[in-house]
Design a protein around this ligand. Structure first.
Ligand code: NAD
Length: 479
């Protein structure tokens, strides 16, 4: 099936007529093509957005809210269809796409449909000076939204929904590795009555299509989620152009387990936080640190639970671990497993490719647990972004905190303890944007979402996102 660009409400082939193969990772075969868009396609999208902006900026909040709600409703109506498409494109279990990815994409639109009706300009009375200030929050104009392959529709809509809710017109690019649900979103937006040109979806490679979006002088902001290296490159282009930037980048998140935790809840959640979506979630707890007194017990129980996970074709409902997203990514993850032998570490479970019946060429890998002795090893310092976790013991709170913070990344951390004092000490001293205590990936869309250090700059979610997609302008009136 050939995917097309969605520009000015129409589905268009790429101007230069270049195409890229799209793979089904469950069977390792090409099943369609996507536009290899060039600067010219991006230019056409910008022209459409510029034409749409004057009218979109004047739509009432009620009208915008209604359209966003309608998009949310249509996504839910097509839940099964979209989940199947996401699973086929990405390799994730269909059950996961149905329970998490697609419902969350709908929630993103519904959340910002509501949030925009509560977002308002601020006013400040300058008492004693006979003056009043009010701060307008005006849309930026045309903005760029660029997203990765791990949670395709989920992260794509997490950017688009606040951008259009705030009154901007959008040029969006999904990952070239998982373009399908972004393509289907175009149809949904038309059906929901989103005026043409408000959202334009341009497909293609990061280094050409993505780069053209970042470089375009009329695109005022870039909201990007993806790898740290890509984020740094984007910043090097966008920052000198004084574009607003939101960068949600990689992670190497610690999962810190104390003996006083609720053990069964911790064990069950740790299996999920390690291997959900084949470990391809930026929030996965890939470095597990366990208090020495329960280390041996945890090791035994964790290995047992992980050995029960079923690796299989993502379209089967009893599959826990589907296919990795691409051959290239499978090879990257495998190269880290191969490092284990050189790094004085031990593979406790997994480490091998899995051949799945009737899907022999798919990109399957066993969930893998590696015991490490030192947090400085590459396995503990570099983002693997696959079904691979390391485990290591610690003795004291101070040691656990030092280990947790000993990484260039700072996205999230998970802490398992029932000690309130320890919880507060860690909450204050962990160098991450998000700390989960006795839970993982519990999301309230009002909260600020993002990372510190090499995990990025800026925060998404709630009013933070609406502030990002608007320019504050202060007006001071003397009376
Ligand atoms: P990536 O950086 O390779 O690509 C992300 C997107 O950027 C894709 O759409 C790609 O085409 C585009 N791109 C690549 N080069 C570009 C360029 N020069 N200019 C403009 N766009 C360009 O990342 P990926 O491999 O798709 O995703 C995995 C990474 O994403 C991991 O590092 C993961 O941690 C990160 N991630 C972060 C979060 C978060 O919220 N912090 C969430 C999900 C994924």
């Amino acid at each position: 099936m050939n995917i097309k660009n969605y520009i000015n409400g129409k589905f268009l082939p790429p101007i230069a007529n270049g195409w890229i193969d799209n793979f089904n990772p469950a069977i390792g075969e090409v099943y369609g093509q996507i536009p290899n868009s060039t600067k010219e396609d991006v230019e056409k999208a910008v022209e459409a957005a510029e034409k749409a902006f004057p009218s979109w900026i004047t739509t009432t909040l009620e009208e915008r809210s209604k359209i966003l709600s309608k998009i949310a409703d249509l996504i839910l109506e097509k839940l099964d269809f979209l989940a199947a498409a996401e699973s086929k494109d990405n390799g994730k279990p269909i059950s996961l796409a149905k329970a998490v990815d697609i419902p969350r994409a709908a929630s993103n639109f519904q959340f910002f449909a509501n949030a925009i009706t509560q977002f308002s300009s601020e006013a400040y009375e300058s008492v004693g000076l006979n003056a009043i200030n009010f701060t307008l929050r005006q849309p930026l104009g045309i903005v760029g939204c660029i997203s990765p392959w791990n949670l395709p529709l989920y992260l794509f809509t997490w950017k688009i929904a606040p951008a259009i809710a705030a009154g901007n017109c959008v040029i969006a690019k999904p990952s070239e590795i998982t373009p399908m649900t972004a393509y289907l979103l175009g149809e949904i937006c038309t059906e929901a009555g989103l005026p043409k040109g408000v959202l334009n979806i341009v497909h293609g490679l990061g280094t050409s299509t993505g780069q053209a979006i970042v470089e375009h002088p009329n695109i005022k902001a870039i909201s990007f989620t993806g790898g740290t290296k890509t984020g740094a490159h984007i910043a090097s282009i966008a920052a000198p152009m004084f574009k607003k930037l939101s960068l949600e980048l990689g992670g190497k998140n610690p999962n810190i387990i104390f003996a006083d935790c609720d053990y069964n809840k911790m064990l069950e959640t740790t299996v999920r936080s390690s291997f959900a979506n084949q470990g391809q979630i930026c929030l996965c707890g890939s470095r597990i640190f366990v208090e020495e007194t329960i280390y041996e017990k945890f090791k035994k129980d964790f290995i047992k639970k992980v050995s029960e996970l079923k690796v299989g074709n993502p379209s089967e409902t009893n599959t826990n671990i589907g296919a990795l997203v691409s051959k290239q990514h499978l090879e990257k993850v495998k190269s880290y497993i191969d490092l284990a032998a050189q790094e004085n570490t031990e593979i406790l479970f997994g480490g091998n490719r899995v051949v799945v019946e009737n899907s022999e060429n798919g990109y399957y890998l066993q969930p893998t647990i590696i015991e490490v002795k030192d947090n400085k090893c590459r396995l503990n310092q570099e983002e693997i972004f696959g079904p691979v976790v390391t485990i290591m013991s610690f003795k004291t709170d101070e040691e656990a905190l030092t280990l947790a913070n000993d990484t260039k990344y700072g996205l999230s951390a998970t802490l398992w303890t029932n000690n309130l004092n320890r919880t507060m000490q860690f909450a204050k001293q962990l160098h991450t944007g998000i700390v989960w205590v006795n839970t993982w990936m519990l999301r309230d869309l009002r909260t600020p979402f993002g990372g510190q250090k090499d995990s990025g700059i800026g925060r998404e979610g709630g009013f933070e996102a609406l502030r990002f997609f608007t320019e504050p302008k202060n007006i001071c009136i003397k009376y």
